[in-house]
Design a protein around this ligand. Structure first.
Ligand code: 0A1
Ligand code: ZN
Length: 881
């Protein structure tokens, strides 16, 4: 075990290493239980470092079997080894020297999936953030960049494929049944980007010619027999490569680019130089087994990892506090890519839904931290939606503030100036300041202050003066470790919509800088006056979600409907509908709790029906309009004393009211959106399926019978329709013979496809209601469930905790106690997975007191667990604080 459970790392303590690493030569002799690793590391002492300073290398659960200095054994008194560190004294003052460390590893029993491990008999590595130290003693930090040569030796018959980073140097048989391969990566890289994959895999090959005419070999490795399911990933890869050349001017830089899909992986994927390793969920797809969402995820993640080659690999992070430097920027880039490949507005709506569902609760709860944190105990716990998604939003705001041309100039400067370096957020920001001449000091607070800013807005129209005044206030709420906050620079895109629906331009504006449709809110309180406004306007504020804020702007339903009808920014139209729906849902929840009848705002129904019936709007957008705020969205809006059962009941009633009022329309859409052509995963076809399936969900509610869902399930010829029909049927009519039969047929049909069975586990784990806990417990004993595989655990336990508000938050607290048992069970074998699932408890304080008490008790039970990992103890302690 790593022993650093209590140690907090502080940004302000950053120091460069005493020794400079020049070269790394690694030799692996692979064996499931006794892999031998020889690491030859060439160092020299950094100029100015005192001659008596020792070399300190990082390790984690390592067994060292040899140690040499310039090929000579090192005397026992000259080094100290603890398993976590190796300290070597008496090293040369200025001349380069070579340290040779040999270690012995057991990949087969490495269940943490960090370092070198085995997945389905394939050897595979995961080194970000601190996995390389589980392979050998090493200066395992991102600012140590070196050139690597890697030799891999293994049994030829069982391990025919030997891969590592960079370009292939050569390989041959060794005459003893073994063979070797050598790889050389000419690009200096930090250890977290190292990768090795070895085993028996199938491959899909293609090639790509870069803008400058270089030919790059592309290979995607998957389990034998799954090659046809990698075609879409390959297509997405080629589109990503072209897009990065065209939009960011970035070309690929090796002779070969490889992707390997593995079935045991803690995260989505990993950007190792030239050898990306993917969770197979984000590679494999065909119409029979993948939903439209799966296709979209594959496209986005393939792009994300590929884009890291420039934002992350060529330019990397100085230390892990700078994680958003590569992650926020790369998410921004993959969002832009997906927006260009699909519908920009629909993509933006999905991003904002995700941000509000995942990042806002994090930012508003006990785990809140700045995009660029200044302290951590366990870095694995900082791969968060704040670092990724809020980090991307902050990058997007820089683009909004500067405009496209200056943003591009800043990016070009960043690539030019910092290529080959390990840098900080300050370096990044400086490039935009220099390119634009704009002072971004206040803007930088977005990186340093946690918490979602709240902007309160109100407007007054003066007919006699023809002026409109917008009063804006901003506050950033206190968060752990940050009790007071400064006002931030908030770029608010806006439009003033006049009575006839046109967008009004003011003759002049005072009280704020306005550039184009961007209003710059920089003070705590600002009064902005628009002159020359002929009639009372309706303000559409934060168009396109230009800033990741909570906005309180009281408006009548009629005003919201005006925006929903006339805005030219499609995102803002959706936002207006969603706000109307949220108002209605919050009011309905209050009615349920008060025991008074729920009444649904007719203006909401009218606005929704007008939108969904408007054939000029793309179907994917109309489907987004029909998807009401989730139960968690409603809970977040209410903020405190939440009763998940009341929220569920209220939402069901509002949906039923909409379903009943729109029954004819939904029946019509269910027919007209039917596809007559062969399946295609493109965005337009996916949009039609999305609209048809939401129509189905409402129809089933209106009809209050399972028949239509059963028919849709039988008729489905693709996984999107099949899984939607199954979900509607099972969630609405659980335990009916129809639901049971459908679940059974699904299981039989896909029994040999673990990724599809994950959907089967998830559908059941998310059935609303208290009874689901018993179902989940039964499913954990199912022969097809495997508690060692992270995808299975997330599909069943993870979705139950994260996505089943009524089931998980049972009033008797049994859901929380179940989670506590699971966390304590998973933690010893896979701490990262346990810690991540535990973050599902982050909003416990906003529950009503009975549930909150049960939640606290369950958290305390975890905290009291013997030998908790640093990952879990960090999360549980912060959650309880
Ligand atoms: N850098 C990867 C995410 C990642 C982080 C940690 C991991 O360790 C298990 C794996 C992957 C990305 O952003 O895609
Ligand atoms: Zn990433």
């Amino acid at each position: 075990m790593r022993t650093d459970t209590g140690e907090i790392i502080h940004l302000e303590d950053y120091q460069p290493t005493d020794f400079v690493l020049e070269r790394v030569d690694l030799t692996f002799e692979l064996d499931p239980l006794e892999t031998k690793v020889e690491a030859r590391l060439i160092f020299h002492r950094r100029e100015g470092v005192a001659a008596d300073r020792p070399l300190v290398l990082d390790g984690d659960e390592l067994k060292m079997t040899g140690l040499l200095l310039d090929q000579e054994p090192i005397a026992a008194e000259d080094y100290t080894e603890t398993g976590e560190t190796l300290t070597i004294r008496g090293l040369p003052d200025s001349a380069p020297f070579e340290i040779t460390v040999t270690t012995e590893l057991s990949p087969q029993t490495n269940t943490k999936l960090m370092g070198l491990y085995r997945t389905n008999d394939v050897y595979c590595t995961q080194c970000e953030a601190e996995g390389f130290r589980r392979i050998t003693f090493f200066p395992d930090r991102p600012d140590v960049l070196a050139v690597y040569t890697v030799n891999i030796i293994a049994d030829k018959a069982t391990v025919p494929l030997l891969l590592s980073n960079g370009n292939f140097l050569g390989g041959a048989g060794m005459g003893d049944g073994r063979h070797f391969a050598a790889w050389f990566d000419p690009h200096p890289k930090p250890s977290y980007l190292f990768a090795l994959v070895a085993g028996d895999l199938g491959v899909v090959e293609d090639s790509f010619t870069t803008l400058s005419g270089r030919e790059v070999v592309l290979k995607i490795y998957v389990e034998h027999g799954k090659e046809p399911r990698a075609a879409y990933a390959m297509d997405a890869l080629k589109r990503s490569m072209r897009w990065d050349e065209e939009v960011f001017g970035r070309e690929y830089d090796l002779d070969i680019f490889m992707i390997v899909a593995v079935s045991d992986f803690n995260m989505g994927a990993m950007e190792n130089k030239g050898l990306n390793v993917f969770n197979d969920k984000y590679v494999l797809a065909d119409p029979e087994t993948a939903t439209d969402q799966d296709y979209a995820n594959i496209e986005a993640i393939i792009a994300h990892e590929y884009f890291h080659n420039w934002t992350g690999n060529r330019i990397t992070c100085r230390d892990w506090f700078q994680l958003c430097l590569k992650e926020g920027l790369t998410v921004y880039r993959d969002h832009q890519f997906s927006a260009d490949q699909r519908s920009r507005a629909v993509k933006r709506i999905a991003e904002v839904r995700h941000l509000k569902a995942e990042q806002f609760p994090e930012d508003g709860g006990p785990l809140a931290h700045p995009v660029r944190p200044t302290r951590y105990r366990e870095i694995n716990n900082f791969y968060t939606t704040t670092v990724y998604e809020k980090g991307s939003e902050v990058t997007g705001m820089i683009a909004t503030l500067l405009g496209p041309d200056l943003f591009k100039a800043g990016m070009d400067l960043y690539f030019d100036r910092h290529d080959g370096q390990a840098v900080t957020i300050e370096d990044f920001i400086r490039c935009f300041e220099e390119a634009s001449g704009r002072d971004l000091t206040q803007f930088s607070l977005w990186y340093h202050q946690a918490g979602t800013p709240l902007v309160s807005a109100s407007g007054t129209y003066d007919a006699s003066r023809q002026t409109f005044t917008l009063q804006l206030e901003q506050t950033v709420p206190p968060t752990p470790g940050q009790s007071t906050k400064q006002p931030v620079h908030i770029p608010l895109r806006f439009a003033l919509i006049s009575e006839d629906g046109t967008i009004t331009e003011a003759s002049s504006v005072s009280g704020a800088e306005v550039t184009g449709d961007v209003l710059h809110l920089v003070e705590r309180s600002q009064s902005v006056t628009f002159e020359g406004i002929a009639s009372r306007p309706v303000v559409s504020l934060n168009r396109g979600f230009s800033a990741p804020i909570n906005l309180h702007f009281e408006k009548s339903s009629a005003d919201r409907a005006q925006i929903a009808r006339f805005e030219t920014d499609l995102f803002a139209r959706w936002q207006a509908l969603n706000d109307m729906a949220l108002d209605a849902l919050v009011a309905a929840t209050a009615s349920v709790r008060a025991g008074t009848p729920v009444v649904c705002d007719q203006a909401l129904i009218d606005a929704l029906m007008a939108t969904v019936s408007d054939d000029a709007l793309e179907p994917a957008f109309r489907a987004q309009a029909l998807a009401l705020p989730s139960e968690s969205d409603i809970a977040r809006e209410i903020g405190r004393d939440n009763d998940p059962d009341a929220i569920f009941a209220a939402r069901r009633e509002i949906m039923t009211a909409i379903a009943t009022a729109g029954r004819e329309t939904f029946a019509g859409l269910f027919e007209t959106m039917r596809s007559t052509e062969a399946f295609s995963p493109d965005a337009a076809s996916a949009g039609r399926r999305a609209l048809r399936n939401s129509a189905l969900a409402y129809l089933v509610l209106a009809e209050n019978a399972p028949t239509r869902a059963v028919e849709a399930f039988s008729a489905a010829d693709n996984m999107t329709d099949l899984s939607q029909a199954l979900t509607i049927l099972v969630h609405r009519f659980p335990d009916t013979p129809e639901a049971t039969a459908a679940l059974e047929s699904f299981q039989t049909r896909f029994a040999d496809n673990a990724l599809v069975l994950d959907k089967w586990f998830t559908v059941q784990a998310t059935i609303p209601g208290a009874a689901t806990l018993e179902r989940v417990e039964t499913l954990m004993a199912h022969p097809l469930f495997n508690g060692l595989n992270p995808n299975r655990v997330r599909a069943l336990v993870g979705t139950f905790a994260f996505s089943n508000p009524t089931g998980f938050n049972r009033a008797d607290g049994k859901g929380y106690r179940f989670l506590a048992r699971q966390i304590l069970d998973i933690d010893p074998r896979n701490p990262q997975l346990a810690a991540r699932i535990l973050t599902s408890m982050r909003s416990w304080r906003s529950l009503e007191s009975g549930r909150a008490e049960h939640a606290r008790a369950a958290l305390s039970e975890i905290a009291a667990g013997a030998k908790l990992s640093p990952d879990v103890s960090d999360i549980v302690e912060r959650t309880l604080k």
